[in-house]
Design a protein around this ligand. Structure first.
Ligand code: 48F
Length: 257
C-alpha cells in the first residue's frame, strides 16, 4: 500500500542518515551563515560533516536581512565566496555589494548539502562530549523536548572537531567553560561577551577571533565575536562568510595535514 510505503521510506531513510552520522569528522552546532559556509568547504574537502540547528529552518539571522528588509550587504573581500555559491548580486558603492537575503541563505544551504554535508534541523545541541579534556562530540535532543521541558535523555554524536556557530549566545563555549572548569583561549579564560556595534573592527575581529578556542572546539561567526569580546557588526555579512571559510580551512589543515 502506498500509504505504508510513504511512511516506511521516510523512517528507514531518516534512520540510515542518522546512523551514518554518529561518528563525524566535524559537528557544526548552529546553522547560521558562518556555520553553513564552513559545512560547505569541509564537505567539499571530503570530510564527514553534519550541522545541527534547533530551528525548523536553518539559516540563522540571514533570512531576514535587517529589520526584515530582506537584503544584505557584503564587502569586496568576501565576494569570491558569494560567487562560489552562485548568489546574484549588485554592485552598490565603495566596494560594497547588495543581494537578496532569502536567495543568499537558500544558496548557502543548497550548496552545503550538495557538497556532501548533512543538515539536521529541529535538533538542539544541549552539551558536548568531553573526554580526556578534549571536546569530542555533541549531545543532541529534539528542540520540542527541550522547549516542553520534558525529562527525556539526549543522544550522543562523536566528532573529531566541534564548531560553535551558535551566534550571539556562543552556547557551546559557555557550556564547555561552565561545566568543566577549564579556560578558553580568551583574555579572561571565559566567554568575554560581545561589544556594541562597530562595523569596521567588528568585521575584522570576527575573522581574527575564528579559531580553536579549546582542544576540539572551534568557534566561528557571531559566536567568535561574543567569546573574544569584539564588536557586533549588523547586517553586513562578509565577515560571517569569511569566518566560515577560515574555520573550515583550520580544521582541514588539522585533520588532513
Ligand atoms: O546567529 P546566526 O545567524 O549565526 P552566525 O553564523 O551569523 C550571524 C548573523 O546571522 C547575524 C550577524 C551578521 O552580522 O550578526 O546575526 O554567527 O545563527 C545561529 C544559529 O544557531 C542555532 C540558531 O537556531 C541559529 O539558526 N543555534 C543556536 N544555539 C543552538 C543552535 C543549539 N544549542 N543547538 C542547535 N542550534
Amino acid at each position: 500500500m502506498i500509504e505504508q510505503k510513504v511512511s516506511k521510506g521516510i523512517i528507514s531513510s531518516y534512520f540510515n542518515k542518522l546512523e551514518e552520522n554518529l561518528n563525524l569528522d566535524v559537528a557544526i552546532v548552529g546553522g547560521g551563515p558562518s556555520g553553513i559556509v564552513a559545512a560547505y568547504y569541509l564537505a567539499k574537502a571530503g570530510l564527514k560533516v553534519a550541522q545541527f540547528d534547533r530551528k525548523l529552518s536553518p539559516g540563522g539571522g540571514m533570512w531576514g536581512g535587517a529589520m526584515m528588509f530582506n537584503q544584505i550587504v557584503v564587502q569586496e573581500e568576501a565576494m569570491d565566496i558569494v560567487k562560489e555559491f552562485g548568489i546574484n548580486y549588485e554592485a552598490y558603492t565603495d566596494n560594497l555589494y547588495v543581494m537578496d537575503s532569502v536567495e543568499s541563505t537558500a544558496a548557502l544551504l543548497y550548496h552545503a548539502v550538495h557538497a556532501g554535508a548533512t543538515i539536521f534541523n529541529c535538533y538542539s545541541v544541549e552539551d558536548v562530549i568531553f573526554k580526556n579534556n578534549v571536546v569530542s562530540g555533541v549531545v543532541v535532543n529534539w528542540t520540542p523536548v527541550l522547549r516542553e521541558g520534558m525529562h527525556v535523555d539526549p543522544l550522543n554524536i562523536l566528532a573529531k572537531c566541534v564548531i560553535d556557530g551558535t551566534g550571539h549566545d556562543s552556547e557551546m563555549c559557555r557550556t564547555v567553560a561552565r561545566k568543566n572548569g577549564i579556560r578558553l583561549a580568551t583574555d579572561t579564560g571565559a566567554v568575554v561577551g560581545e561589544r556594541s556595534l562597530d562595523v569596521v573592527s567588528g568585521e575584522a575581529e570576527v575573522v581574527n577571533g575564528t579559531k580553536e578556542i579549546y582542544p576540539g572546539l572551534y568557534v566561528c561567526g557571531m559566536a567568535a565575536s561574543a567569546v573574544s569580546g569584539t564588536p557586533r557588526m549588523g547586517p553586513i555579512f562578509g565577515g560571517m562568510l569569511m569566518s566560515g571559510k577560515k574555520v573550515a580551512d583550520l580544521i582541514i589543515k588539522q585533520l588532513k595535514g
